[in-house]
Design a protein around this ligand. Structure first.
Ligand code: PMP
Ligand code: GLN
Length: 379
């Protein structure tokens, strides 16, 4: 694991603390989640929910996860066999890959990818086959169909798909999902989908790959409370899918963490059951933040790419004279009072992302405005 070093998020958040710059780097909200959820956690703590919960998660949370998937995505799950609670989406991704891959198996993924993917694939002794997302003339990221077809082969074990996608803000289109589903079936591979931003789609709707014909029996769908309920420090995530895949994932999880977050599990169950108004309000708030930051970055001279979802927007630094995102982001706190994240660190083919940096907009409007004021002074 030596080549993995320290994650870029830790490096950039430390830089923010040291310099006092506005932190639009690491993606975490600066406000708390729904009060009903916080109250339920406090009550559970005081009420004695402080010992090991069951391996797969407490029944109330498993039922709430199944009901949420039915309500929003029309997916039917058996809460007793097809749902597993994990220590965040991060553990779910790691356990899924460790469970499904043998040494030398190939994992098709899209670069830039969330940094834990490369680490988990390496821990499993598997090999990543990244397909590059490139910004098109319309400012949207897309992949080349031939490149995706070529990434699949006799050693493909699974495709790891993140939509809505961090760091690009891309939401995979129904046609792209159909192609991924077709290739998955043609090569008899599994799919592991990371849908932590499922409620952060600003245009159109989120479509889980598991809902496409032929996919439910081969897909582990992963999500987390962190994003949807603004509690990234709680690390309560989950995986759903056919019983045999969920059971394989639990076989691994029992030796990674065994169980997690006893008093937070009942609270996340409460949050998942909140009325639709919570979810639509959450999306609308983040959409307004996105629009605010995109307008500000554009006014500051960046070439801003289109973000259809997530907490993030990416921008090309070349109009501001930048050539390398890592250098630019290391200097930006001192020069411009803002922390951002260079996205090239999430590529195997780093050149494709050399000029791109990522800003997080899961922050209060006044914080976004303060960052934008600093950035406008750069030019
Ligand atoms: N996947 C993606 C795409 C993410 O952006 C993140 C970061 N929040 C995670 C997984 C990790 O989620 P968790 O904090 O629930 O482990
Ligand atoms: N998911 C968050 C991001 O992309 C950070 C998670 C982390 O720090 N590992 O910014």
């Amino acid at each position: 694991m030596r080549p993995f070093g320290t994650t870029i998020f830790a490096e950039m958040s430390a830089l923010a603390l040291r310099t006092g710059a506005v932190n639009l780097g690491q993606g975490f909200p600066d406000t708390d989640g729904p009060p009903e959820m916080l109250a339920a956690a406090a009550e559970a703590l005081r009420g004695g929910a402080n010992q090991y919960p069951p391996l797969a998660g407490i029944p109330a949370l498993r039922h709430a996860i199944a009901a949420h998937e039915q309500r929003f995505w029309g997916l039917t799950r058996d809460p007793d066999a097809e749902v597993a609670v994990t220590a965040g989406a991060t553990e779910a991704v790691a356990a899924a890959i460790l469970a499904l891959c043998e040494r030398g198996d190939e994992v098709v993924c899209f670069e830039p990818y969330y940094d834990s993917y490369a680490a988990s694939i390496t821990l499993a002794g598997a090999v990543r086959r990244p397909v590059t997302l490139r910004p098109g003339p319309d400012g949207r990221y897309a992949f080349d169909e031939a490149e995706l077809r070529a990434a699949f082969g006799p050693h493909t074990r699974l495709v790891l798909l993140n939509t809505p996608h961090n760091p690009t803000g891309k939401v995979f289109t129904p046609a792209e999902l159909a192609l991924i589903a077709e290739l998955c079936q043609e090569h008899d591979s599994y799919a592991v989908t990371d849908e932590v931003y499922e409620h952060l789609v600003f245009e159109g709707t989120h479509v889980p790959l598991a809902g496409l014909p032929g996919m439910s029996e081969r897909t582990l769908r992963i999500s987390s409370a962190g994003k949807t309920f603004s509690c990234t420090g709680w690390k309560v995530g989950w995986a759903t899918g056919p019983a045999r895949l969920v059971s394989a994932l639990l076989r691994v999880k029992q030796f990674l963490t065994f169980v997690n977050a006893a008093p937070l599990q009942p609270a996340v169950a409460v949050a998942l059951g909140l009325p639709d108004a919570y979810f639509t309000g959450f999306t609308a708030g983040l959409r307004a933040n996105r629009d605010r930051l995109v307008a500000g970055l554009t006014a500051a001279g960046f070439d801003v790419l289109h973000a259809e979802g997530t907490y993030f927007v990416t921008a090309d630094i070349r109009p501001l004279g930048g050539t390398d995102g890592v250098e630019f982001c290391r200097e930006l706190p001192g020069r411009g009072g803002v922390v951002a994240v260079p996205t090239q660190v999430f590529y195997d083919h780093r050149e494709a992302g050399r000029h791109l940096i990522r800003f997080a907009f899961c922050k209060r409007p006044e914080v976004i405005d303060e960052a934008v004021d600093h950035l406008k002074a750069l030019t």
